[in-house]
Every structure is written in C-alpha cells, then in structure tokens.
Design a protein around this ligand. Structure first.
Ligand code: SAH
Length: 303
C-alpha cells in the first residue's frame, strides 16, 4: 500500500527531494500522505541519512503538516536536542559525524548563536531561515561537509566558504585551520555578511576574527576570493547550475572542493585536484540547497 501510494503521488523514487510538491499537489489528506511517506521511507531504506533528512525537511517545511507530523518525525530519526552538545551527540549516534575532530569542533561553535531568535529550534536538525531568502544549512549537511573536508582543514591550511550566510561554517573552518591558517567567507548579501560578523564575535572563534585568520567578505562567490587563493578546502553553501571555473582555479593542488550542483535536483559534488593539477569529481549524495545566484534573483524569489 505504501509503495502504491508513492506511485500515486508520482514521486520519482530516485529524487526524494521532490516530495514536498508531491505532498502539496496530490495529497487527499496531507497528514495521511506524510505518514505514508514516512513509513515508505522506512520500508525503502532511503540511500543515505542525508537523503532521509532531505525528504523529511521538506515534509516538515510544509506549514500545515508541521503540527501533525513533528512527533512522528522525532520518533523516526531525530531526537530534539536540548543544547549544542545534544545536537552533536545525535549526529554522532546517527552516523553523520564519524570523527572526534569534527564532533569536537562542532561542539565548540554553538549553533544557537547563528540562528536568529524566533525562527525555530537551533538544536533541531533542520535548516533555519536567516533572512533574505537564505537559510543556515541543516546541521547534518554541515557535519557531512566537514567530514568530507576535514583532511583539508588542518592547522595552517586555507579554507574558502562561499555563501557564508550566518558565518557558522566559516567559524568552524577557522577553528580547524587555527591562527596559522586562514578561513575566508564570501557572501553576496551585505546585510548577511554584517550579521555574520556579529554572530562570529559572540562565538568561540571571535579571537580569530581579530587576528585576521578569519575574514568575512561581501562579494559574488562565483568568482571565489582570488586575493587569498589558492585554498586547500573550498565549501560552497548554495547550489550552482554548473561548477564556477574560478573556484576550480582557486583550488590548491591536493585540495578538495565540496559544492552542490543542479537546479531542482542537486548533487553534492566532491572535486579533488591532484598534485599535478588534474581534477576528478564524484557525487556524494543528493541534496537541496538555495541557489548560487545574484542578489536580485535571490531577493525576488518567492518565499
Ligand atoms: N552556509 C551558510 C549559508 C547557506 S545558504 C550557513 O549555513 O549559514 C546559502 C548562502 O549563499 C546564502 O546566504 C546566500 O545569500 C548565499 N549566496 C547565494 N548566491 C551567492 C553568490 N553568488 N555569492 C555569494 N553568496 C551567495
């Protein structure tokens, strides 16, 4: 029954990110469909935790459904943490965080300082709006990207965070690369850059802002930040229709970039540049990020 229901909603099984529109367009009863989808996901064992999170975030973000399904969602996979340590522990328990270094650094930067008051629980594993049609990404996505990039975020290395938004991940990068390294955030909405500086000033990476090993800039991230290139690690926090060539150029030989690529259906692409400068890429998982675009397009976007 659950499988036929999935077919009825015309959800392409390989693209669970489309579930939100499936629910809202064809559901005879949104609650029933959401319930069935949750059960179907359990039965189908979606490919990855990121996948499941992606689907459930979309179901959860359908306002009329929130009250009805939030209890079931908690039961299904995420426990509502009461603080930052609880959030990190739950990411460890569900296998998103696999290394102590990533857990420790995520514990040091309190996500609660980066989520605006009144927009939701910062310790719940879901994206949260930060204004200007942008979101602070979900903790499991930050954790997954940190796991992918951790070897390229060693003390003394250089990291570039495109679409730095709230400044949360740039602050984490800064703690990892330390005083001798350099963490650079680029955000194209100047108001968000200003707010991100305020956020970072309140967190455990504030001293790195003062010592200039952490900086947050307003600019078009599609051009990278050539002044401080090349970078050992590049993270892009918004989905690009195609990989910007400037970012490949600014990746150091031996470096790694993690970038969501696509439009409605997106892949988190990992790009490795070897010591000879040859580039190889592979898809990590399917994701759903806001687009890497220009300011006007972003602000015009329907809420
Ligand atoms: N990683 C951040 C923000 C993720 S949302 C966090 O978790 O807080 C994606 C961010 O990319 C938004 O803040 C958006 O404004 C920004 N963005 C979109 N297009 C951009 C561009 N061309 N250049 C720089 N930033 C961009």
């Amino acid at each position: 029954m659950t499988l036929s229901m999935l077919r009825y909603t015309k959800l392409p099984a390989q693209y669970p990110c489309a579930i939100k529109s499936g629910v809202t367009t064809v559901a005879p009863s949104a609650f029933i469909v959401a319930t069935v989808l949750l059960e179907s996901m359990q039965a189908l064992a979606c490919r990855s935790i990121s996948h499941q999170h992606c689907v459930l975030s979309h179901i959860y973000s359908c306002t009329p459904l929130k009250a009805n399904i939030s209890r079931r969602m908690d039961y299904f996979w995420r426990r509502r943490a009461i603080d930052n340590t609880g959030l990190v522990n739950s990411l460890r328990e569900n296998g998103t965080i696999t290394t102590s270094r990533v857990a420790e650094v995520m514990e040091q930067i309190d996500r609660g300082l980066f989520v605006p008051a009144g927009v939701g629980d910062p310790y719940f594993d879901t994206p949260a709006p930060i204004g200007y049609n942008a979101t602070i990404s979900a903790p499991h996505m930050h954790a997954a990207c940190l796991e992918l990039l951790k070897d390229h975020l060693q003390p003394g290395m250089r990291a570039l965070d495109i679409g730095s938004g709230s400044g949360y991940l740039t602050a984490i990068f800064a703690l990892l690369v330390g005083e001798t390294g350099r963490a650079v955030g680029v955000e194209h909405i100047s108001e968000l850059t200003e707010k991100s500086v305020e956020n970072v000033q309140k967190c455990n990476a504030a001293h790195l802002l003062t010592s200039d090993s952490l900086s947050l800039h307003t600019g078009d991230g599609r051009k990278g930040y050539p002044d401080l290139a090349p970078y050992d690690a590049i993270h892009v926090g918004a989905a690009a229709p195609t990989i910007p060539p400037a970012l490949i150029e600014q990746l150091k030989p031996g470096g790694r970039m993690v970038i969501p690529v696509g439009d409605v259906f997106q892949d988190l692409v990992v790009i490795d540049k070897d010591m000879q400068g040859e580039v190889k890429q592979w898809d990590y998982t399917q994701v759903r990020y806001v687009p890497l675009t220009d300011r006007q397009m972003q602000l015009e976007k329907e809420q």
